[in-house]
Design a protein around this ligand. Structure first.
Ligand SMILES: CC(C)(COP(=O)(O)OP(=O)(O)OC[C@H]1O[C@@H](n2cnc3c(N)ncnc32)[C@H](O)[C@@H]1OP(=O)(O)O)[C@@H](O)C(=O)NCCC(=O)NCCS
Length: 166
């Protein structure tokens, strides 16, 4: 299996795998809307035997503070095609993509998801305690790709406009 950045040939496969993984059109729509709006910062696929079986997307996010905006990434969605789940593909996608985000200079990632799953990769609700969002709660977590990147950051989290639909 390889993890690599998405390219335009992957778009239909990414759409289909999000439909299959979530059993809904919402995430497939979100990916397309983020891409069409120019909000995607990083996007990776997991490919096995020339088939795209997993995908993760990072879009731009801003934390509006009293001292200006702090840039971050929103991780969403993450999906593995149902026939390939629980084989470690999601974990490999997460580790490789987070490392690539760090290498690209990104410092903060925010996710809304299952605490049991994302805590494995270092995400924590402790880091979002001082961030306001309509998604705030036990599923609203952050990860510092640069240690201390959220130190002293207090503000409102602003997702890219396509998230307004949810
Ligand atoms: C979540 C998802 C990406 C995980 O991918 P995966 O390739 O199956 O994950 P891995 O094989 O790396 O890890 C599997 C582990 O994650 C756990 N896991 C999977 N989904 C989980 C969930 N929703 N909540 C908590 N744990 C979960 C499994 O129990 C398993 O645990 P184990 O290692 O102790 O057995 C995949 O299940 C998926 O696409 N689900 C539907 C879409 C979705 O919910 N995406 C996440 C949005 S927050």
């Amino acid at each position: 299996m390889i993890i690599r950045p998405e390219n335009s040939i992957d778009h239909p496969a990414i759409r289909e795998l999000n439909r299959l993984a979530f059993g809904s059109e919402d995430e497939a729509w979100l990916v397309d809307a983020l891409r069409d709006g120019g909000y995607v910062r990083e996007s990776f696929v997991a490919e096995r035997e020339r088939r795209v079986v997993g995908h993760v997307l990072f879009s731009e996010l801003r934390i509006l503070t009293g001292q200006g905006a702090v840039g971050a990434l929103a991780l969403a969605p993450l999906a593995v095609v149902p026939s390939h789940q629980r084989q470690g593909i999601g974990s490999r996608l997460m580790k490789t993509s987070l490392s690539a985000c760090r290498d690209a200079g990104h410092q903060i990632v925010i996710v809304l998801g299952h605490a049991d799953y994302y805590s494995r990769f270092g995400f924590s609700t402790k880091l979002t305690e001082r961030l306001a969002s309509r998604y705030a709660g036990p599923s609203f977590m952050a990860l510092e790709l640069t240690p201390g990147a959220l130190d002293g950051v207090v503000g409102d989290v602003q997702y890219a406009p396509p998230f307004d639909r949810f």
